[in-house]
Design a binder for this molecule. Sequence first.
Ligand code: DX5
Ligand code: ZN
Length: 221
Amino acid sequence: MKNFIAPSILSADFAKLGKEVDDVILAGADIVHFDVMDNHYVPNLTIGPLVCKSLKDYGIKKPIDVHLMTTPVDDLIIQFCDAGASMVSFHPEATQHIDRSVELIKSRNCKAGIALNPASPLSLLDHILDKIDFILIMSVNPGFGGQKFIEKSLDKIKKCKEMIDKSGYNIEIEVDGGIGINNIRSIKEAGANIFVAGSAIFNSDSYDDAIKKMKQEISAN
Ligand code: DX5
Ligand code: ZN
């Protein structure tokens, strides 16, 4: 599967968000990871569909990957798909009807993903594998950027990859939280192909160097 670097704009400077996104795309970003927090499902509050639409209107062409850390999710799914999102993921614990929420994303022609917290089991995916496009494995607890990668996530990614291969479905694995130049290779080797990185990119001296080095790490095998 092709590899994608997805900078999380949670760590960007929101006072100049359009330029920040332009800059990471120029530096080689493939996907724009857009973290939505509601101060309810997670203890933090971020950005909504208006900001997604603003980025599209500003001219951002790369796919916008909306990670909903909210409850409920259905109304926001509709709003974000209408605002120009290309991918939408949600946490299964945050909706009453997982299948319905996935269907809602697909009905708006967006790619649908299920996001699993560090302690959420892969078995939550058992009856939805045939409908999803990607699985987002959280390698930190959701809510904040700049946290440390939880090492045991590697084993979960491997098991997830085995599960997908066994199923025969074409599902991508996105990993989110604590990813940097130092560990991206092991995350790829475990089976992931979409790599979210917030602080490792936006807090670096050069977006160009950070993304280039990450790409080198994952193309070296
Ligand atoms: C955490 C978010 C992540 C976060 C990643 O709840 O879902 O996308 O911004 O940030 P880093 O890469 O700094 O861990
Ligand atoms: Zn995220």
